[in-house]
Design a protein around this ligand. Structure first.
Ligand SMILES: [Zn+2]
Length: 220
């Protein structure tokens, strides 16, 4: 197959989160949100059903159930990846995503509320989305770029300082407020030049801004 050759230096970040299945954004300008609400909504009862099948030792039914859920999640990922690719084409940009290795660390932290919020086996869904993105981007002559995750959700996409992420909100000591997922996506898009441990070191004195100096702007 003939694959178009496009060389681009533009990048958009793609953060795969819990609040949103994915958020894609360039360093500046509008981003796109793919809400995870519907998935969570559907997964929670699925999870309950799954557990009851398991404790009743109905393994064949369980397998069937898992397959069905998997197929459904696959189709969700197909839709999302296609839309992300279209956005990438529109901006003629490669897509930067978190390395799954780093992703697993945050998964561990979330383990405690995993089962009841229907978020287990999440890493499989991440991986599936990544694969779909990869081949669909390649067909358009664009690339997927993987970056280590540790700082993408912890530093401010405006000034690079370490901040605090709480649910949907991100606040940095210098008073910048961001939607947490959008902040992470923006950081990914500029990872090489901006959001790295060196920048964090350089900005270190700014961490000492007192906590009270932060502003908090609630979402919507
Ligand atoms: Zn900031």
């Amino acid at each position: 197959m003939e694959v178009p050759q496009v060389q681009t230096i533009n990048r958009i970040g793609c953060d795969r989160g819990q609040n949103n299945l994915a958020v894609v954004a360039p360093a500046k300008g509008f981003g796109k949100f793919f809400s995870g609400k519907e998935v969570k909504h559907r997964r929670r009862p699925n999870q309950k059903r799954r557990q009851s099948l398991q404790s009743a030792k109905k393994f064949r039914a369980l397998k069937k159930w898992d397959k069905r859920e998997r197929r459904w999640m696959e189709s969700v990922n197909h839709t999302i990846s296609s839309k992300v690719v279209r956005f990438a084409q529109y901006l003629n940009a490669d897509v930067v995503i978190e390395d799954l290795e780093g992703c697993r660390d945050t998964m561990k932290q979330r383990k405690k509320n995993r089962v009841d919020s229907g978020e287990s086996r999440h890493s499989w869904a991440y991986y599936s989305l990544e694969q779909k993105l990869d081949y669909k981007l390649a067909l358009k002559g664009l690339r997927i770029i993987k970056r280590p995750a540790p700082y993408t959700s912890k530093s401010c996409s405006t000034c690079g300082t370490l901040g605090e992420r709480k649910g949907h909100d991100f606040n940095c000591p210098n008073g910048h407020y961001h939607n947490a997922d959008l902040n992470a996506a923006r950081n990914l898009s500029r990872w090489d030049g901006f959001c790295c441990s060196l920048d964090l070191k350089r900005d270190a004195p700014q961490w000492r801004v007192p906590v009270d100096a932060r502003i908090h702007v609630p979402l919507g």
